[in-house]
Design a binder for this molecule. Structure first.
Ligand SMILES: CC(C)(COP(=O)(O)OP(=O)(O)OC[C@H]1O[C@@H](n2cnc3c(N)ncnc32)[C@H](O)[C@@H]1OP(=O)(O)O)[C@@H](O)C(=O)NCCC(=O)NCCS
Length: 171
């Protein structure tokens, strides 16, 4: 028998979020109480990890359009950019995995899906990086593991240039 394959889908009312527990009450509450409203209002686009035909949510992330001040980006990286005061980015606002699934690659799967989606969207609506808001030092370490760089002055805000993301999906 083959194992059911995992899939990432836009959150909708079919998805069962009731048992989701990632270890952060705020991230659990967001998924259960706020994510659908944010989607309806186009404030954030939530995507969920499921193993169809099961509808139980085992992970999620959100994407939104955002900007960063040019001063937040290290000067070595902005030298070749136009001196616009604000630069367009895609914000990966939240990313979380159910505790039953931790340490099995689900976080990587969600992150890669988010980066690919951001890269694909950037051909239509420009974004020069993906920015993440890590909730604490541990979350920041997760993103640094994938070569995200800290923004200035808040090391819990990190970014990955879109050109770097493009190289991940080349070939
Ligand atoms: C952080 C989180 C998403 C990781 O999910 P996961 O499914 O356990 O991660 P994976 O199994 O895909 O691990 C991928 C890699 O990241 C590493 N990793 C995982 N958590 C890490 C951390 N906190 N710091 C550094 N590296 C970490 C793993 O060792 C693994 O490395 P490898 O590929 O070299 O073996 C998950 O622990 C979680 O939901 N935490 C609570 C919410 C949270 O902190 N979200 C972060 C954004 S606010």
């Amino acid at each position: 028998m083959t194992a059911p394959s995992r899939q990432i889908e836009p959150l909708d009312k079919r998805h069962d979020r009731s048992a989701f527990a990632c270890g952060s009450e705020a991230l659990d509450r967001y998924l259960k109480q706020q994510a659908r409203q944010d989607a309806d209002k186009h404030v954030a686009a939530p995507f969920v990890l499921v193993y169809p035909p099961a509808t139980r949510v085992l992970g999620y992330y959100t994407l939104s359009a955002s900007t960063v001040c040019v001063d937040e980006i290290p000067e070595t990286l902005t030298r070749k950019l136009p001196r616009y005061p604000l630069l367009p980015v895609t914000l990966l606002g939240r990313l979380a995995v159910d505790q039953s699934t931790k340490g099995q690659g689900a976080g990587t799967f969600l992150l890669m899906d988010a980066l690919y989606r951001a890269l694909s969207s950037a051909t239509q609506i420009a974004a020069m990086a993906v920015v993440v808001e890590a909730k604490d030092d541990q979350a920041a370490a997760f993103y640094r593991h994938f070569n995200f760089l800290p923004l200035q002055p808040d090391p819990h805000r990190l970014f990955l240039p879109m050109n770097t993301i493009a190289t991940l999906f080349e070939g």
